[in-house]
Ligand binder design. Structure first.
Ligand code: C2O
Ligand code: CU
Ligand code: CU
Length: 499
């Protein structure tokens, strides 16, 4: 089977869908697949935007307890939905810590399956990072203890057991981990009710009203797309706002869906931070493409809006994204309900980003992410497909194989080559933050959200993306993988060891 044929039939499916507006299974695929002969594509169905926006609960990371458990929630209107939570609520609390603080977080696994926690974006020792080897059995517990030693930023946490990460994140295991520091506080950015963790995910309700996760082979290709877009676990929310500046810490915590974020009136807004904290200067944009795993710290100037104004944050169509890019849909409604005076002025400088120079790299490693396998390739965990297709350097993930060996303190260039590929791959490296050096093919540029520190970089079909990274003094094994969770569960992941 050729990927292109798959994408093509997916496109046909989605244009039918846009006319019909319902989820459906298309006719069986004409290609000779040994797996399932049908494919599904889930287009977004917009809600009515009359559910009040909510913030996730917030707690200090210092001494917290996270207990993955089965919950019943009403995230789909009037329906009791079986899902997962880190407490007795859907998703996980927003944890906060200051740079320099030591935290202790106790995981108690109340599920009947293995889990663990990965602290996405945090620079911590391998043993605390939630490597898929380090899993906690049902009934087991583990104390994650580490010291925060990195810049303020919007980080997050989620499970990382191999083969079931997609399933567990999808069903509700994800939360913010926000780090603050003195530099950021000195900027006096909008805070409190005006600083909003904003987790975007797409879900679909299964026949039995659960968030049952059952990817077909085609879901494994495109990723598990939902028909309902949720913010902090609520579909189609509205937010009552004042005429002032707001800070949105946006996290795309979807398994596979990209969002091309923009406002319905096409108003400009400012990117002030990305995965690894503040940019050097605010970047004014009208839209940003945000891939699974990525964060965008945004400032939005609502000061000129009069009371009664309504506008939407939406996802616009985008090119080169296959079925995903073809639909535009609303995500959240903003109602201006109060006129206030806001003395905030946008800082012209936010932070200092010391550019890493290609000269400091002692080696370039190439990662071919544009090739797929077909057929059976040995044993595989419990991911979407029993014959894995997604590879890095033509390899399917193997838990105990070391794929790359690097040295602590050394700097390298890593190149993710999707030039021959036709799928979307947001590539994520554990254990560090990197900088994007350049992109050839496709969009051909470094985007505004890529001008600071990153841990996840979007490689669209046809693109080759170069990043530069220095390995921490933290010996042991980390993973790198595609953050389309269907792809990584399918085997699109490698181990690298720091010596
Ligand atoms: Cu957010 Cu290895 O993942
Ligand atoms: Cu991570
Ligand atoms: Cu991928």
């Amino acid at each position: 089977m050729k990927r292109r044929d798959f994408i093509r039939s997916a496109s046909i499916g989605s244009s039918l869908l846009l006319n019909g507006g319902l989820s459906f299974l298309t006719q069986s695929c004409q290609h000779s697949m040994d797996m399932d002969a049908s494919r599904s594509y889930t287009a977004v169905v917009e809600g009515d935007f009359n559910t009040a926006f909510q913030l996730p609960l917030q707690s200090s990371a210092k001494n917290s307890n996270l207990s993955p458990q089965y919950i019943t929630t009403q995230i789909f209107r009037n329906k009791n939905t079986q899902a997962l939570g880190y407490t007795n609520m859907f998703l996980g609390p927003t944890l906060r810590a200051n740079n320099g603080e030591s935290v202790a977080i106790r995981l108690t696994n109340q599920l009947s399956e293995e889990t663990n926690i990965h602290w996405h974006g945090l620079i911590i020792p391998p043993i605390m990072d939630g490597h898929p080897k380090n899993i906690i059995p049902p009934g087991g517990s583990f104390n994650y203890q580490f010291t925060i030693s990195q810049r303020a930023g919007t980080y997050w946490y989620h499970p990382h057991p191999h083969g079931t990460t997609g399933s567990q994140v999808y069903r509700g295991l994800a939360g913010f981990f926000i780090v603050n520091d003195a530099e950021e506080i000195a900027l006096n950015l909008p805070a409190g009710n005006y600083e909003i963790p904003f987790l975007i995910q797409d879900k679909r309700l299964a026949m039995d009203s659960s968030l049952r996760y059952s990817p077909t082979m085609s879901d494994t290709m495109t990723g598990y797309l939902g028909d309902t877009v949720m913010v902090n676990g609520l579909s189609a929310p509205y937010m009552n706002i004042e005429s002032r500046w707001y800070r949105l810490r946006v996290l795309n915590g979807s398994n596979a869906r990209l969002y091309n974020l923009a406002f319905s009136n096409n108003a400009g807004f400012y990117v002030i931070g990305s995965d690894g904290g503040l940019l050097q200067t605010p970047e004014r944009v009208n839209s940003i493409l945000l891939a699974p795993g990525e964060r965008a710290d945004l400032l939005i100037d609502f000061t000129n809006y009069t009371t009664g104004t309504e506008l939407f944050l939406l996802s616009n169509v985008f090119s080169n994204g296959g079925v995903q890019g073809e639909q535009s849909f609303k995500i959240c409604k903003f109602n201006v309900v109060n006129s206030v005076t806001d003395n905030f002025t946008l800082p012209s400088t936010l932070s200092t980003i010391t550019r890493m120079l290609p000269d400091s790299s002692i080696r370039t490693r190439n990662f071919d992410i544009g090739n797929m396998m077909n057929g059976n390739h040995g044993s595989h965990a419990t991911g979407g497909s029993s014959s894995p297709m997604h590879t890095i350097n033509n390899k399917i993930y193997s838990m105990d194989r070391i794929d790359e060996t690097v040295r602590a303190g050394e700097t390298e260039v890593w190149e993710f080559d999707n030039s021959k590929g036709d799928e979307i791959h947001p590539m994520h490296i554990h254990g560090l933050q990197f900088q994007v050096l350049g992109r050839t093919g496709g969009r051909g540029i470094i985007t505004p959200i890529e001008k600071g520190w990153k841990d996840t970089v979007l490689c669209m079909p046809g693109e080759k993306v170069k990043v530069i990274l220095t390995f921490p003094y933290s010996q042991g094994t980390f993973v790198l993988h595609c953050h389309n969770l269907e792809h990584s569960d399918d085997g699109m992941m490698l181990n690298y060891t720091i010596q």
